[in-house]
Write a protein that binds this ligand. Structure first.
Ligand code: NIG
Ligand code: FE
Length: 405
């Protein structure tokens, strides 16, 4: 088959997410792929005869389920070391915040990441990415934020970009304003200045698609976050924010004022924050893995987000401190059990709305003209993907029209 040839995938139940509010189910559906793009999507019996001509390859799916490829729009996948000792400390009663204030937490991962070579970080990141791919990942966002110097942040972002060779789209985000590195102790504003200065350089090197910050009482203030966002805007980069994870800092409203692509975590999000996000069209990225692993009890305001029409995405937040998990399917299940999202909302959160959180309008649904990134599952109905946990019904992943693996 030549790359541009027509390929038909047929005999499937399609969860297209073509409309705003439901699965967009198509029984006995077909996808016609040409040049890595979906050329036609619909009931197989309705495929126009003109399009049937020149089909070089046909895959009969025998009633399998097809969904858009899964998108993890918030990870910290590139880092050295691990933090299981901190997990034990928390089980003995220490809190995440106490560990962070005592110099552990993010800072201990920074030390391990700085000490690791680019090759070593890559070797650590590949199996993590592969674990996500085993459950249908086709697009991955990776944040820096464990280097905290221009050289170490660039090193991590280069490693992230290399993961695209595995058969993924990778989007990279600079999270220099994640924690204060030890050499800047007592000089938080000077560090923020440094981070602002890195952005044009990282952009020039083609290493960054967006800018994030951690706006929290153990991290950066709203005023410092604003300065990072102003620098991002000056560099022509969109912003995202770790907002209202442990307390309400008004971060979401601040980010919405910069037309943020997304605000993430949001357990402590206020009504004002919801309204500001709705006005700006900012996506709410909920992170059930961190909620679970930190044993949070304050739920993100899912009903208020729904009522305001804020799109809700989900992600793993994979990182060694607050969410050392690598299962997208588990995130679906947790979003339903913890956050009372419907299975349809949850899967929309790993497809359509995750694409939106990354500013990628060319994917996330099964529709004509979009990238042919899709997953084939041994399931009769898409709600099963959120129902099982610890069971992976993935049969095949297709990326830009080509079967992967
Ligand atoms: O998304 N909230 C801040 N950053 C990460 C945790 C990072 C860490 O503990 O290493 C998060 O939860
Ligand atoms: Fe995070």
């Amino acid at each position: 088959m030549t790359d541009g040839g027509k390929v038909l995938w047929t005999g499937a139940t399609l969860a297209t997410f073509a409309a705003e509010r439901d699965w967009g189910l198509v029984a006995d559906g077909a996808l016609l792929v040409e040049g890595g793009v979906l050329r036609w999507v619909g009931p197989a019996a309705q495929l126009p005869s003109g399009l049937r001509e020149g089909i070089g390859e046909v895959h009969e799916l025998g009633g399998a389920l097809v969904t858009p490829g899964l998108i993890d729009c918030h990870t910290h996948l590139v880092y050295g070391g691990e933090r299981s000792a901190e997990f034990e400390l928390r089980l003995q009663g220490a809190t995440y915040e106490e560990i962070a204030r005592a110099g552990g937490g993010i800072r201990s991962t920074v030390a391990a990441t700085r000490a690791a070579s680019e090759a070593a970080l890559h070797a650590l990141a590949v199996p993590r990415a592969r674990a996500l791919m085993a459950e249908g990942l086709t697009t991955l966002e990776v944040k820096s934020g464990y280097g905290l110097s221009l050289e170490d942040e660039a090193k991590c972002l280069r490693v992230a970009r290399q993961l695209a060779d595995l058969g993924l789209t990778v989007r990279t985000t600079c999270l220099g304003a994640h924690a204060l590195p030890p050499e800047f102790e007592g000089r938080q504003d000077a560090y923020v200045d440094a981070v602002c200065g890195w952005l044009p350089e990282l952009k020039r090197q083609g290493l960054v698609d967006a800018v994030d910050a951690f706006c929290e009482r153990i991290a950066f203030t709203p005023a410092q976050t604003r300065r990072v966002f102003e620098a991002a805007r000056a560099a022509g980069l969109p912003v995202k924010l770790h907002a209202e994870q442990l307390s309400d800092q008004g971060g979401a409203a601040l980010a919405a004022g910069f037309d943020a692509l997304s605000c993430d975590h949001l357990e402590w999000l206020s009504d004002e924050g919801v309204a500001a996000m709705a006005r700006a069209g900012t996506v709410a990225v909920l992170l059930p893995g961190a909620f679970y692993f930190l044993r949070e009890t304050k739920l993100p305001p899912v009903q208020a987000l729904r009522d305001a029409g804020v799109p809700i995405a989900l992600a793993t937040d994979h990182n060694p401190g607050s969410s050392p998990g690598l299962s997208l399917l588990l995130m679906l299940n947790m979003a339903c059990t913890f956050f009372r999202m419907t299975p349809e909302e949850a899967l929309r959160g790993l497809t359509v709305n995750a694409a939106r959180a990354l500013g990628l309008p060319d994917r996330g649904r099964l529709a004509e003209g979009l990238r042919a990134d899709f997953c084939i599952w041994d399931a009769a109905h898409p709600r099963e993907l959120a129902y099982w946990f610890g069971r992976n019904p993935l049969r095949q992943t297709v990326v830009a029209g080509r079967p992967r693996d």
